[in-house]
Design a protein around this ligand. Structure first.
Ligand code: PAF
Length: 284
């Protein structure tokens, strides 16, 4: 496994791999790796000749400076983990390698970034879309792997991949959960064991609503209310939004039909923002 810090080096490896007709699976991360990331790496390992993982805490997607400063960073621990997963390259550039002097080009995916996380974290998706574009252009992957937990991020990346004509297949893997059901997230590290236990209310609430859906409830506002009522039983949680939306367009749905839909939630838990979602009418 090689750790690459320079963009030029990553470019020349990507060029070489393409010449050799090797397929490249890419897992973009911000480090602080957990079982959710490792599931993506395993999938990439199984389906590609070469696996590249990027580790870059991307400053442009943080709208809150405190959040950026608190973001856990431990490249040595992350690299040690990735060695066990037979990763070929870690791309871990310094900030100036990506955002050099005079950097002034950003990628804006319009429409679907206005709501949900986009509304609560202005500029966040501009940062995500910009870094993912830069990383795709540098690594030139055949497949890139993302987790369903970040449903809006997935929709944004699918849109930009199609719009900008990247030849990369976006592969979305199911959310990996702790034994309690809590969705894996680097942010969970900022919760105490007790808070982590209580944060399970989010997935429990989503599962309550999914159960009601399975029993025949199709009215989105009823399903959303089930989620709100369940979360309200936990005083530590403050809901930002509960939304019932189309899986791709992220448009709100009033009555759920045959298409895939999501119930998505964001809530603050002891100062830590958590998100989660469940899929209704899953096709595969
Ligand atoms: O999901 C993440 O960790 C980040 O948003 C990503 C895709 C690596 C871009 O910085």
């Amino acid at each position: 496994m090689e750790i690459i810090n320079r963009r030029q080096r990553m470019f020349s490896i990507s060029r070489k791999l393409r010449r050799e007709e090797k397929t490249v699976g890419f897992v973009p991360t911000m480090g602080a790796l957990h079982a959710g990331h490792l599931a993506l790496v395993q999938e990439a390992r199984a389906a590609n000749d070469i696996v590249v993982v990027s580790i870059f805490v991307n400053p442009t997607q943080f709208n809150n400076k405190g959040d950026l400063e608190k973001y856990p960073r431990d490249l040595t621990a992350d690299a040690a983990l990735l060695t066990e997963y037979d990763v070929d390259y870690i791309f871990a550039p310094e900030e100036h390698e990506i955002y050099g002097e005079g950097f002034s080009t950003y990628v804006n995916v319009e429409g679907i970034t206005d709501t949900l996380e986009g509304a609560s974290r202005p500029g966040h998706f501009r940062g995500v879309a910009t870094i993912v574009t830069i990383l795709f252009n540098t690594v030139r992957p055949d497949r890139a792997y993302f987790g369903q937990k970040d449903a809006q991020q997935v929709a944004v990346i699918r849109r930009l991949t199609a719009d900008l004509g990247f030849e990369t297949e976006v592969v979305v893997m199911p959310t990996i959960r702790e034994a309690s059901g809590l969705a894996m997230s680097s942010r969970n590290e900022r919760l105490s064991a007790e808070e982590r236990g209580k944060a399970v209310v989010l997935i429990n609430a989503l599962r309550e609503a999914k159960l009601a859906f399975k029993k025949g409830e199709r009215n989105a506002s009823v399903l959303a209310q089930i989620v709100r009522d369940t979360v309200a039983t936990e005083p530590l949680a403050t809901i930002d939004y509960v939304a019932v939306i189309d899986r791709d367009s992220l448009q709100p749905i009033e009555k759920i039909g045959d298409g895939e839909a999501l119930i998505a939630i964001a809530a603050e838990f002891a100062g830590v923002r958590l998100i989660d979602n469940v899929i209704l009418n899953r096709k595969q």
